[in-house]
Write a protein that binds this ligand. Structure first.
Ligand code: NAI
Length: 315
């Protein structure tokens, strides 16, 4: 079995001062990448002044393990921060092959009680953070004609009470991943996303009990990093995909669409009376893009061309 290696490559891992990011950074470095370990420090909810110490400690660990790394304590949450992070990697090593957008904060509260500042902070770190660093790295990757981006979503998108702002942010990461995967401009650029599950300081905040004990025993963050490294490698087989990853298990998560029901004469009653058809997942499809989704039903609704309508390519 040939080993997946990153020799000669440069990786930027955000939020790599602890938890999952630390494992991503250590594994990429152990496989030959030079790694920019970015982490602004701070509490699990983003509180505190920030500190360079977590990033520096991980760099020291990587160096002790024989790897090459440099620390960055910039925040991903501003366009300037994103630019500086990527520029540091470019200044040091001349390229950026891999970006793992992993930085994140946690925090809960009922939707109607969440202060707007907390909602904004959550969106700034997760959504704009991925966007800011992604934007700068993507430009370098386009120049090189090569790049891999791994974004971090969350299985809370399936539904979890009491964290509306977090889930909103993590759902946006899915849209961002799909959007970016459409912009590779003919180059070998691939972008995917993971929904990790791991015992870290974030999940350590869960109430004590059997679930938390089980997580601690079976869901070490080092059991997520290998799949992230695979997606970050030259051999990444896909782009625009989403995976749930934890405890050694990986599975595809997808946006599918069912055949549904088409009313010849739409009325509220028509939909009430065909509710089972509307809701049935039987015969679902997984469209590669929005045109494919339209193509699935265009024939039923009066499209007479030989091909399906193609709003983007027609212009
Ligand atoms: P963690 O708290 O150990 O790691 C997150 C890191 O991001 C921290 O070291 C923090 O200092 C850093 N960070 C926060 N804001 C930053 C900013 N503005 N700029 C740069 N760095 C910043 O937590 P964990 O669990 O390792 O989380 C990593 C990612 O995985 C996060 O995006 C989280 O939302 C996501 N995730 C984790 C899950 C889990 O089971 N642990 C479940 C689903 C998603």
């Amino acid at each position: 079995m040939s080993e997946l290696r990153f020799d000669g490559q440069v990786a930027v891992v955000t939020g790599a001062g602890g938890g999952l990011g630390r494992e991503h950074a250590r594994l990429l470095a152990a496989r030959g990448a030079r790694v920019l370990v970015n982490d602004m420090g701070g509490g699990p909810d983003g509180s505190g002044k920030g500190s360079a110490k977590p990033a520096e400690a991980v760099v020291a660990e990587i160096e002790a393990e024989g790897g090459v790394a440099a620390p960055s304590a910039e925040s991903v949450a501003t366009p300037e921060g994103g630019r500086v992070i990527v520029e540091q990697a470019l200044d040091l090593w001349g390229r950026v092959d891999v970006l793992v957008n992993n930085a994140g904060i946690a925090g809960g509260g009922l939707f109607h009680e969440l202060p707007p500042e907390q909602v904004e902070a959550m969106l700034r770190v997760h959504v704009l953070g991925a966007y800011n660093v992604g934007r700068a790295a993507w430009a370098a990757m386009l120049d090189q004609g090569y790049g891999r981006v791994v974004n971090t979503s969350s299985n809370s998108v399936f539904g979890l009470p009491g964290t509306a702002h977090y889930i909103t942010a993590k759902a946006a990461i899915i849209g961002f991943t799909r959007a970016l995967s459409m912009e590779r401009a003919g180059h070998d650029l691939k972008v995917n996303a993971v929904m990790p599950m791991a015992y870290t300081r974030l999940t350590a905040m869960l109430p004590s009990g059997r679930f938390k004990d089980w997580l601690q025993e079976h869901y070490g963050p080092e059991r997520v990093a290998p799949f992230v490294a695979f997606l970050a490698s030259k051999q990444a087989p896909c782009s625009g995909e989403l995976f749930t990853v934890g405890g050694g298990r990986v599975a595809r998560v997808f946006l599918g669409v069912a055949p549904g029901y088409t009313a010849a004469d739409p009325s509220p009653e028509a939909y009430r009376d065909h509710w089972e058809e509307i809701m049935s997942p039987t015969g679902y499809a997984i469209p590669a893009d929005s045109q494919e989704e339209i193509a699935l039903y265009s024939g039923e609704i009066g499209w007479e061309g030989a091909d399906s309508p193609d709003p983007n390519r027609a212009t």
